[in-house]
Design a protein around this ligand. Sequence first.
Ligand code: ZZB
Length: 258
Amino acid sequence: QEYVLIKMEVQQPFPEKLKPLEGKNVFLAAATLRPETMYGQTNCWVLPEENYCAYEINDTDVFILTERAALNLAYQKLSRVLKMPSCLVELTGYDLIGLPLKSPLSFNEVIYSLPMLTILTNKGTGIVTSVPSDSPDDYMALHDLVSKPALRAKYGVKDEWVLPFKVIPIINIPEIGDKSAETVCTNLQIKSQNDKDKLAEAKKLTYLKGFTEGIMLVGKFKGKKVQDAKPLIKDQLVDAGLAVLYSEPETKVMSRSG
Ligand code: ZZB
């Protein structure tokens, strides 16, 4: 599995926990298979109960992700010392909630890191970028936070990190429309981010149709098919130093999509 790691840059001023990283470029590194959707990012997702670390990637850049991902990265020349992840600060997901981020290609200039309870710890980096227009999981997790003040309170999520962020149409899928995740979640009557089986079905529908029939509505490749734009946008991000490629050995574990 080859992911694109999106470098979501943590904005100054750093909270107390991240103060030791002052002077470095610090990123939440989100693993995605959908680089062409980055225009529509509304937030980042972290798992509150997960352990993360701030790892030195080279002399200037620090990536916040899970230890499992850091070890994989260290074997792909993405560590300051080859094959040796070096953690500068130990963190939990709770420490990351509310961080303001600047993320590549995003129409929203600043987005925030928010809790998602269904992030899998056995794939990717434990950091997920959120595109509620095209990802049913993201749409439902954001919907949960928007519609449940008690959930925001439980995780210390401020209204202004969530409520101003609307779904942005970025891809049109014939017969589904330009907010495919929202449409499919509504049609399947999905209630929350925990509605696993229905979300798996929603994801299957949008993934396949988005890839094979989707048309870009925005960006440099507006009007192009998603399948043609995807590799171009991936290259654009990597060439600009805004993302890196990261492969993961195939595992037998069930993915979120089942
Ligand atoms: C942005 C995006 C936009 C994504 C979209 C999907 C969609 P897969 O096929 O199951 O590997 N993701 C990445 N890491 C994790 C994790 N540890 N736990 C849960 N979700 C994770 O899915 C890969 C996708 O799942 C990634 O691509 C990421 O979300 C999320 F419009 O990034 B994606 C229909 C899906 N649309």
